[in-house]
Design a protein around this ligand. Structure first.
Ligand SMILES: Cc1cc2nc3c(=O)[nH]c(=O)nc-3n(C[C@H](O)[C@H](O)[C@H](O)COP(=O)(O)OP(=O)(O)OC[C@H]3O[C@@H](n4cnc5c(N)ncnc54)[C@H](O)[C@@H]3O)c2cc1C
Length: 456
């Protein structure tokens, strides 16, 4: 029987553990902070739970347009919201731990290090165990980047892992960083009723996303009273008597009650003993892997944020599953980033799948694009949805759908139809032929496809 040792219990690790055990391996998973990893305990699950409350409040804010009078004082009690966030994360972690145990996986609560080829040590409560293993999967994740000039104190200057200890809504939250994490938290605290300033070193928010989508989000942010400071690079963040002071590199300052640092992530690769087996890091400091999750060392695989391939829970899980299929001789489908779907949980959401417009343009592929504002959709009108659009990309001539963007409420759900089309290489005509409900927001997805029909 093959013995696999997995270091890290996030989606990269636990999904791999379940696949490996199903394929007949003996599996040991070592996790230092709690099964579910950062995904469940500090990052994805908590932030989306917070956003669920914020989304509800944002929706209540549109009630008047739909003829419903709501009292002005509708507000969230942040202490209750944060307690719910943490208890939901804990419950999710417990569920996963129970599933692992039921599947016969040995879970060790400890810190793992590779001691040499085929040997992993696990340290827990002052005791060290040595585990002999046939293969290793590294799924150690990443942690928030900070700066010597912006040190989090867990009270006023916070990383995204620390915000759930807040007992009261910040009077003025300054979010530094306008990537996905920064934009999501800025949107969430704005929806919860805080004054929010978003400090962005780039000229627009969400520089990595579809430009049209980012423009919609920036418009909505400013319309909802958020201050978006573009081309503004943070130099320092300091505590003041009763708040924080953010100083920019050009000397301007912003004062607020709290500051959330969303400066990106650093892979957890230090002190793992990678050198003992010859696992090499790439130029960006991540563990280098191929499309079946192999590292440079024989019998050592890596998955998830520690590889930096695409920092998403879904990708981490897929890399972990692929690694185990490859190791244990099952059919392997190498990772295909051209088919990944992802979502930015701002309000409205931005969901994307397949190739982005920028990637298509850079690749030189001939393509057609159709973009349809949601404001023209009958269901959107009924629901008072004014912002958002559907955009599809298809290969010119063949009409094969290669990517899409949906901006709107619950875009994360609407994108699935486009995701199916991309994954099955459907044509715009096939997409348009599938019935959609009338009236529905998904009608706009089919209509965008219909607009790309060419005589054939
Ligand atoms: C605020 C935020 C929101 C996000 N929202 C989403 C989202 O909505 N959707 C999405 O797809 N992605 C989201 N992501 C990204 C997602 O959280 C990551 O891509 C995902 O966590 C990666 O999973 P992983 O298994 O690689 O690592 P993790 O989930 O970080 O798990 C790694 C685990 O390894 C453990 N570990 C590290 N070193 C050792 C060691 N030596 N011994 C034992 N254990 C060790 C760590 O304690 C950790 O628990 C979000 C990220 C952030 C920051």
């Amino acid at each position: 029987m093959t013995h696999v040792t997995i270091i890290g219990g996030g989606p990269g690790g636990y999904e791999a553990a379940l696949v490996a055990s199903r394929l007949g391996a003996e599996v040991t998973l070592i996790e230092r902070d709690g099964v579910g990893g950062s995904t469940v305990l500090t990052d994805c699950v908590p932030s989306k739970t917070l956003i669920a409350t914020s989304d509800l409040l944002t929706e209540v804010g549109t009630a008047a347009e739909l003829g419903v009078e709501v009292p002005k004082a509708v507000r969230a009690d942040l202490a209750t919201v944060d307690a719910r966030v943490l208890s939901l994360a804990k419950a999710q972690s417990d569920d996963i731990a129970a599933r692992l145990t039921l599947s016969g996986i040995t879970v060790i609560d400890g810190v793992a290090t590779i001691a040499g080829p085929g040997v992993v040590t696990a340290e827990s409560g002052g005791e060290t165990q040595q585990i002999e293993t046939d293969a290793i999967l590294l799924a150690t994740g990443a942690h928030p980047r900070t700066s010597p000039d912006a040190q989090p104190d867990g009270e006023r200057i916070l990383t995204w892992e620390q915000v759930y200890s807040l007992q009261e809504l910040p009077a003025h939250m300054i979010v530094v960083g306008s990537g996905v994490t920064g934009a999501e938290f800025a949107s969430a605290y704005n929806g919860l009723g805080a004054t929010v300033t978003l400090v962005s070193s780039r000229d627009r928010v969400l520089p990595g996303e579809d430009a049209d989508a980012a423009n919609v989000i920036e418009d909505v942010f400013t319309r909802r009273g958020m201050t978006v400071m573009g081309t503004s690079r943070m130099a320092t963040v300091e505590r003041t008597t009763d708040g924080v002071l953010v100083t920019l590199t050009d000397g301007r300052t912003v004062e607020g009650s709290h500051c959330l640092l969303a400066l990106g992530s650093i892979p957890n690769t230090e002190g793992l003993g990678l050198e003992t087996v010859g696992v090499t890091l790439n130029d960006a400091g991540f563990i280098g892997v191929d499309r079946v999750s192999r590292t440079s060392a024989r019998g050592v695989y890596a998955a998830g944020d520690c590889t930096g391939v695409l920092m998403l829970a879904s990708v981490a899980a897929q890399q972990g599953r692929i690694a185990m299929s490859h190791l244990l001789g099952d059919a392997v489908h190498p990772l295909d980033l051209g088919k990944v779907s992802s979502n930015v949980f701002t309000s409205p959401e931005i969901a994307t799948v397949g190739m982005s417009q920028k990637q298509i343009e850079e690749s030189g592929l001939q393509f057609d694009v159709a973009m349809l504002p949601l404001a023209s959709n009958p269901r959107a009108k009924m629901q008072g949805v004014h912002d958002g659009f559907v955009k599809l990309f298809a290969r010119k001539g063949m009409g094969i759908v290669i990517g899409g963007v949906v901006v709107g409420p619950k875009a994360s759900e609407l994108i699935h139809a486009v995701s199916l089309a991309v994954s099955a290489s459907l044509t715009v005509d096939q997409m348009a032929d599938a019935f959609t409900v009338y009236p529905s927001l998904s009608g706009s997805v089919a209509e965008a496809a219909r607009r790309m029909h060419t005589l054939g």
